[in-house]
Design a protein around this ligand. Structure first.
Ligand SMILES: [Zn+2]
Length: 614
């Protein structure tokens, strides 16, 4: 069913319209080209094929279909991209009944939270009851323009029953008390959750209010109170300020993560707009994953105290797992948090953010800070550094910091690495695989592939293909299948292509997908993994004269037959070579009779290889 909806969306929307809303495209031959919205460039390397409904950037090697484009440009996941495009295409997404009910509950929660936000704003700016909130904002140096931009509001005490908001929503919003409770705005009895608090709406990236963070006035407790889990609000994924940061994130691809609501407002006041805060929780892996959709680098800017350092320390591991490059902005000791610093010196805050240093470098500095010449002291610092090195997933990066740590401690890097590795092995023995995973998980951003740096022969390859680029004839096969999926069936069922003969697993997967596509459809690029998708997208926008509408069908058939032959030949050559390797490996000590047999067998294999059909 879902596949039908996707096909229907693709049929109703044109890729040129969807992408054209964000990129100014110009016709160039059979393609349209423009400046890539995903990397900074002056000459266009972004290609769109209307016929294949595919796009690919020859600069940053991203590519895909309309779903992938919306995912990347809006910074959303696939289900959300599907929803956005379905809305635009006017396609009803079929949901199972539970999913449908969940969706309706979520929508109602958002509606009521939106009404609540308006109510709180009105109270803050127009009523005497909001005076305490206005005074707190003034105390914190937040002006009205900034506060209104973030839709800050004030939750009143609400009279004897403490139910001002609930009464309002029931009377004016036609809500049932049970709905107000389900939206996280009141308890079952109708008593408002937020009373006599400054409230910060927490929205999704499009500005829909999901819930609130409420700050107490004076010494009331708890100091911060958040919306509980509801159909719309999930604290592990909520990021305060994301909607306001979106534009800056798209331009800079750098996200600043701070701890509190006032820190986000302060950062904006200081001209730093690419900023978000985790709300009501320490930074979670889900939040890091969302940040990673909007940015290629994160700057962690936490409070300067021990708790802030611990938070940064934990966040670094989460970023490493999500392969998000991280930096740590260290607050000068005289300031408690970003908010305090901005109020004292906005320019210095912006400088602290831009001067943030790589995460492991900062952690290393903390691990070795203030150590004297004493042997014990240095040994303990050495242990701390070794423990730190153990957390660095990428081997080259670990090596680099081992050298830096060794210099700081005046010991040899080898001994540090050795003790880090010993710990890793010991941990593996006692704790199973988790430590191994942690250490060997590749850190894509820290070690650019040498092939990319050296300027590889075919810069069109995505990262995932760099290790093992398909042979050229296999690329042609994948290109035929990507551009005209029906050809995949022809290749396999009539021209005798054996998919197991393909050396590139990516090409095999693309051909398999193409074979499963109904006649007349384009290849659903979004159904492929990231590496395969980039490869297929690149091949989709390639100009192939033999596929032109006016091309000679015989030429196409000859070209395809040639690729099938090359594939078969390479596979048989590979098998022969493996057999020879096995024979050599098995030969052991000298044995004239057996060696003569091996030699004869090798001669035969080599001859076969030479004679295998062209
Ligand atoms: Zn690009």
């Amino acid at each position: 069913m879902a596949t039908d909806a996707r096909a229907e969306i693709k049929a109703r929307l044109d890729i040129l319209d969807v992408i054209g809303g964000h990129v100014s495209l110009h016709r160039s031959g059979t393609q349209h080209t423009g400046l890539c919205p995903f990397h900074a460039e002056k000459t266009p390397s972004f290609s769109v094929s209307q016929q294949r409904q595919a796009w690919y950037c020859h600069g940053c090697h991203e590519g895909g279909d309309i779903f992938t484009f919306v995912e990347k440009i809006e910074g959303v996941d696939f289900p959300r991209a599907l929803e956005l495009l379905a809305e635009r295409a006017g396609v009803e997404l079929e949901k199972d009944r539970r999913g449908g009910a969940r969706g309706a509950g979520r929508r109602r929660s958002i509606e009521l939270n939106e009404r609540a936000a308006k109510f709180y704003e009105y109270v803050l700016w127009n009523l005497a009851a909001g005076g305490a909130g206005r005074r707190l904002l003034a105390e914190r140096g937040v002006d009205e323009v900034l506060a209104r931009r973030f839709r800050v509001g004030f939750a009143p005490q609400g009279g004897q029953a403490g139910d001002a908001l609930s009464r309002y929503l029931v009377a004016r919003g036609g809500a049932a008390l049970s709905e107000v409770a389900a939206a996280g705005l009141a308890g079952r009895g109708g008593r408002d959750l937020f009373r006599h608090r400054l409230v910060f709406p927490i929205s999704d990236e499009r500005g829909q209010v999901l819930g609130f963070g409420g700050r107490a006035l004076g010494d009331a407790t708890p100091k911060y109170l958040n919306t509980p889990e509801t159909g719309a609000y999930h604290k592990s994924t909520a990021l305060f300020g994301l909607d306001q940061a979106r534009q800056a994130l798209r331009e800079l691809r750098v996200a600043v993560v701070v701890e509190g609501y006032f820190d986000v407002l302060a950062a904006h006041a200081a001209g730093v707009a690419n900023v978000v805060a985790s709300s009501g929780t320490a930074l979670t892996r889900e939040q890091v994953r969302i940040v990673a959709r909007h940015a290629d680098l994160v700057v962690l800017c936490f409070d300067g105290d021990a708790a802030g350092r611990r938070a940064a320390d934990t966040a670094v591991d989460l970023c490493a797992v999500e392969r998000l490059a991280a930096r740590i902005a260290v607050m000068p000791p005289e300031f408690k948090d970003p908010d305090e610093m901005v109020r004292a010196d906005p320019a210095a805050f912006a400088a602290t953010i831009s001067g943030a240093e790589p995460e492991w470098h900062v952690l290393l500095g903390w691990a070795t800070a203030g150590i004297g010449r004493g042997v014990d002291e240095r040994r303990r610092a050495g242990e701390r550094v070794a423990a730190l090195l153990r957390r660095i997933p990428d081997e080259n990066t670990r090596e680099l910091y081992a050298r830096e740590g060794a210099q700081m401690l005046e010991v040899s890097a080898a001994s540090l690495v050795a003790s880090a590795l010993t710990e890793v092995r010991a941990a593996n023995l006692t704790r199973g695989r988790s430590a191994v995973d942690r250490v060997t998980a590749p850190l894509g951003v820290a070690s650019p592939s040498p092939a990319v740096e050296a300027g590889s022969a075919d810069p069109g390859l995505g990262d995932d293909d760099l290790g093992n680029p398909p042979p050229s004839w296999e690329e042609f096969l994948a290109a035929y299948a990507a551009q005209r999926p029906a050809l995949a069936r022809l290749l396999v069922d009539e021209m005798g292509l054996d998919l197991d003969d393909l050396a590139s697993p990516a090409v095999r997967r693309i051909l398999e997908l193409a074979r499963s596509v109904p006649p007349g459809s384009v290849l659903p690029l979004h159904a492929l993994g990231a590496g395969d998708r980039r490869l297929a997208a690149r091949l989709s926008v390639r100009d192939l004269p033999e596929l032109a509408t006016d091309a000679d069908p015989v030429a196409l058939e000859r070209a395809m037959a040639d690729c099938v032959r090359q594939t078969r030949k390479a596979a048989s050559r590979g098998r022969a070579r493996r057999e020879i390797d096995d024979l050599f490996a098995a030969s052991g000590p000298l044995d004239p009779e057996r060696d003569e047999n091996v030699a004869a067998r090798i001669r035969r294999l080599l001859a076969e290889e030479r004679e295998s059909p062209e």
